[in-house]
Design a protein around this ligand. Structure first.
Ligand SMILES: [Zn+2]
Ligand SMILES: [Zn+2]
Length: 144
């Protein structure tokens, strides 16, 4: 069984030969800036278990120790890799089935945002709840 994922525009597609060994979220400032989010959700595999199916990764050297792969066309953050190690992490949100991976650890706790513990209590609506009908139809045609 393989696990697949890719960027938002579809130019980059990848496959994991095995289920991730571990999964986590990282609150560090580098991950916050690299993803534009409060944290980066990452699932880790051996580099040999990561295979590009379509496209190529654009690489940003994000520190002396690490590089991050993303789609050059749409900007989706896709991978994190310590260049000295033989493993790679993919962003859990780029998986075709993000729910298949369960994170079990938080890193970068020093940078956890002050309101992190409130996020799940915010009022919730679906993506389409507040959209005009015409927009919903356009979204359906293009959703990935
Ligand atoms: Zn893309
Ligand atoms: Zn981080």
């Amino acid at each position: 069984m393989s696990i697949t994922g890719g960027c938002q525009c579809g130019a980059v597609r990848y496959e994991l030969a095995r289920a991730p060994r571990r999964a986590s979220i990282c609150h560090c400032r580098m991950c916050q800036r690299a993803t534009g989010s409060y944290f980066a959700p990452l699932a880790n595999v051996e580099s040999s278990d990561f295979k590009l199916l379509e496209g190529t990764l654009a690489i940003h050297r994000s520190s002396p120790l690490a590089e991050r792969g993303f789609c050059r066309d749409c900007g989706s953050p896709l991978t994190f890799h310590y260049t000295d190690l033989a493993d790679i992490s993919v962003t859990i949100g780029s998986l075709d089935a993000p729910d298949a991976v369960v994170p079990d650890k938080q890193f970068g706790a020093e940078s956890t945002t002050a309101h992190w513990h409130l996020l799940h209590t915010l009022p919730a609506s679906t993506t389409e709840d507040d959209m005009p009908v015409e927009w919903r139809e356009r979204m359906k045609a293009e959703r990935r």
